[in-house]
Design a binder for this molecule. Structure first.
Ligand code: AP5
Ligand code: MG
Ligand code: ZN
Length: 215
């Protein structure tokens, strides 16, 4: 299954991707996670990406496209993968289609997770992530048992640099202007599906699996 997850910042792409990995044993390719790791490691890529990410802007296409091309060519992607946060504009989507056509392995589905705008801000300002195992929490909706500590592994929880109100506003604007048009792009291709991303995480996951035709 070669899947693209679409949805606004905070829609739950990462949350649902984690569950899809467990169920279908295919990797999640999150360009945001790859870039954040590069920033944390202080690599040249990270240094270039950081200024864009901190402002809530898109990192240049040339950078992210290179990352994704390299990643999908790896062995563990032969059975399929979940693209989370890529593509993010029409130029990226077009290059992806071209590369996958050359590989003879086009996308199966673009799945959009739809959430009302007013919920997104609370989800993002409340998000906390484990430094060790990347488990996600939300101080409003799914808090850890002990503040600042991961239930799963005891690791320290952190707040993303770009989860500040001003930066979130910018990310939502960038989403509307550049990423939302991809719905039309994939609809035209006949591979767009969507689920409502409000409510219980496990119930949303059931809808995701049903939309993918997998129970
Ligand atoms: P990226 O990391 O992709 O961030 P994003 O798109 O803004 O998406 P998020 O990760 O914030 O949201 P999500 O949908 O994954 O939600 P989550 O599951 O965490 O990108 C970051 C930056 O990197 C970009 O701004 C850009 O600079 C750069 N970048 C990345 N890709 C790029 C590309 N292709 N091109 C150019 N630049 C790129 O959930 C959010 C919160 O809500 C969590 O706390 C979670 O616990 C909670 N939650 C989830 N589901 C529910 C639910 N059903 N009910 C209650 N709470 C819930
Ligand atoms: Mg994410
Ligand atoms: Zn943890």
């Amino acid at each position: 299954m070669r899947l693209v997850l679409l949805g606004a910042p905070g829609a739950g792409k990462g949350t649902q991707a984690k569950k899809l990995i467990e169920k279908y044993s295919i990797p999640q390719i999150s360009t945001g996670d790859i870039l954040r790791k590069a920033v944390a490691d202080g690599t040249p890529l990270g240094k270039e990406a950081k200024s864009y990410m901190d402002k809530g802007e898109l990192v240049p296409d040339s950078v992210v496209i290179g990352l994704v091309k390299e990643r999908i060519a790896q062995d563990d992607c032969k059975k399929g993968y979940i693209l989370d946060g890529f593509p993010r504009n029409t130029a990226q989507a077009e290059v992806l289609d071209k590369v996958l056509a050359e590989m003879g392995a086009p996308l199966d589905t673009a799945l959009s997770v739809d959430v009302d705008k007013d919920v997104l801000m609370k989800r993002l300002t409340g998000r906390r992530t484990c430094k060790s195992c990347q488990q996600m929490y939300n101080v409003y909706f799914s808090p850890p048992k002990k503040e600042g500590v991961c239930d799963k592994c005891g690791g320290e929880l952190f707040q993303r640099n770009d989860d500040k109100e001003e930066t979130i506003k910018k990310r939502l604007d960038v989403y509307d202007a550049q990423t939302a048009p991809l719905m039309g792009y994939y609809k035209k291709k006949g591979i767009l599906k969507s689920v409502m991303g409000l409510g219980d995480i496990n119930e949303i996951f059931s809808k995701v699996c049903a939309a993918l035709g997998k129970k």
